[in-house]
Ligand binder design. Structure first.
Ligand SMILES: *Cc1c(COP(=O)(O)O)cnc(C)c1O
Length: 476
């Protein structure tokens, strides 16, 4: 028996977990059944006082009953992603495997970026990245991938590699000022952040021609490339959305990849959200040509039911990943006769959580087929929602959904229409009845629904539309 007061003893952890597990399980059940509010938004100060946070910080000594009470209220005051009326952001609704993975990481904390800090965590990462590379259709001897904390870091990693590809000395010497990136206007904000961070500047991200729905018009790309080249600029990379966060629409990857090949330009496919469509045979066509990409961002914390933060960045040529961080990196992989790699040489972060384990445990429970079924079911629900919207004459659909993201608006021709959409979204959130996001596309404000909770069904859609039209009646 250890006697240091700070050591765990008397199975105190076990009993704490047991009481919290009970609360969590109940929380998910209640959420899934759509009981109660989907979210609460109390002001932080109010909650700090209500939950006696300052007192707890000072005094400590929270026992299991008090812990249960605290967690219960804590969960009540947050956002319930398992609720059928949660349709807001592209955040995974965690599955059991992922939740267990978080607990395991929370205890063991194998910060596995050094092999010696978690051999098993490294193994799960390698198994998962191998699985992902296979899904893309790449030869795992030639390609490689790394797990990172989020799609923004994945995009940054990809563009860092693209920079090194075009300027092999960039790590030491920086980049010429005429370097540019071509990207659709609705690319994720992390693309322009990455441009700023890698030293080409956010002003060096130029827009690609897009249709009114924000999809790249591939036929016009060669003209745009020539235009910039004639101005003395060097195109470092072309970004494509798979799918675009605001609309859920995919760019024509195959056609764009052909242009990138003939012009020798790095193609980055930002499949943070849509990469998971690779898992289902009926959705794969959306990503046709993705295997021609030089790099791909694919989040697990969106459609793979893994809690934040979990993302992958994949490279068709593994050397592009290795060289991005080090000029002569290959030897590092197995130096000092270590049995496994130190992954930190291939990431921006110095330490890393056990991301691979969470993805692994989800797959180990549901199987690839179970995961695919979930992904497909959310797409089907979104398509069904789209059809429902088409049949209503009080609503307008932006376009037939391709993914599980649906943009729609109330047919409101008033000049306050855009603001009204913002007001109604807020009203629904204040009531806690529905949680929607919003997009600005084609000069209009739209409601944006991300169909991601496994419990969302056609009844949720009917109620949502009725609630929105009711709120509109109240407005006028
Ligand atoms: C969500 C998303 C991102 C950013 O991912 P984070 O994991 O939130 O950093 C980037 N690109 C696209 C297209 C996305 O949908």
């Amino acid at each position: 028996m250890v006697d240091n007061k700070q050591c765990w003893k008397n199975r105190e952890f076990f009993y704490s977990v047991k009481s919290v597990a009970n609360i969590l399980d109940n929380y998910v059940q209640v959420s899934q059944e759509g009981k109660g509010k989907v979210l609460n938004q109390s002001a932080p100060e109010e909650l700090i006082v209500k939950l006696k946070m300052r007192e707890w910080i000072k005094s400590g000594g929270m026992n299991d009953d008090e812990l249960s009470k605290f967690i219960d209220e804590y969960l009540e005051q947050g956002t319930r992603l398992h609720h059928p009326n949660y349709m807001a952001h592209q955040c995974a609704v965690p599955d059991i495997g992922s939740a267990i993975g978080d607990l395991i990481h929370g205890v063991g904390n194998n910060a596995m970026s050094l092999f010696e800090m978690g051999a098993s965590a490294v193994a799960t990462e390698l198994a998962i990245t191998e699985w992902m590379l296979n899904k893309v259709g790449w030869d795992t001897n030639k390609s490689d991938a790394i797990l990172v904390h989020g799609g923004s870091l994945a995009n940054l990693t990809a563009l860092l590699a693209a920079r090194n590809y075009i300027y092999p000395n960039a790590w030491k010497d920086g980049v010429p000022l005429n370097t540019i990136i071509l990207s659709p206007k609705n690319a994720h904000v992390s693309v322009s952040k990455a441009a700023a961070i890698i030293g080409i500047g956010s002003h060096s991200v130029y827009e690609l021609p897009c249709d009114s729905l924000g999809r790249i018009i591939h036929d016009e790309i060669p003209k745009v490339i020539n235009y910039h080249r004639n101005k003395g600029r060097v195109v470092m990379a072309i970004i494509t959305n798979a799918c675009a966060a605001p609309t859920g629409l995919y760019d024509p990857i195959l056609n764009i990849s052909k242009i990138c090949q003939s012009e020798d330009i790095w193609l980055h496919v930002d499949a943070a959200h849509g990469g998971s469509a690779l898992l289902h045979s009926k959705l794969q066509h959306l990503l046709e040509g993705i295997h021609y990409a030089d790099s791909i961002t694919w989040d697990a914390h969106k459609m793979l039911r893994v809690s934040t933060l979990a993302a992958a960045v994949l490279f068709r040529d593994k050397h592009n990943l290795y060289k991005a961080f080090n000029q002569n990196a290959d030897y590092l992989f197995f130096d000092e006769n270590r049995p496994g790699p130190d992954l930190m040489h291939y990431t921006i972060e110095g330490s890393k959580s056990e991301i691979g384990l969470k993805v692994f445990l989800n797959l180990a429970k549901r199987g690839e087929a179970g995961m695919a079924e979930y992904i497909y079911s959310r797409h089907l629900a979104a398509y069904e929602f789209g059809e429902m919207l088409c049949k209503r004459d009080d609503f307008e659909l932006l376009c037939k959904p391709e993914s599980n993201i649906v943009c729609f608006r109330y047919k409101d021709e008033s000049e306050n229409s855009n603001e009204n959409h913002i007001i109604i979204r807020k009203k629904l959130m204040d009531k806690g009845s529905f949680h929607l996001a919003s997009s600005f596309v084609n000069d209009k404000r739209w409601f944006r629904a991300v169909i991601i909770s496994p419990s969302t069904n056609v009844n949720s859609f009917t109620r949502l539309l009725n609630d929105i039209s009711y709120e509109y009646q109240c407005l006028v």
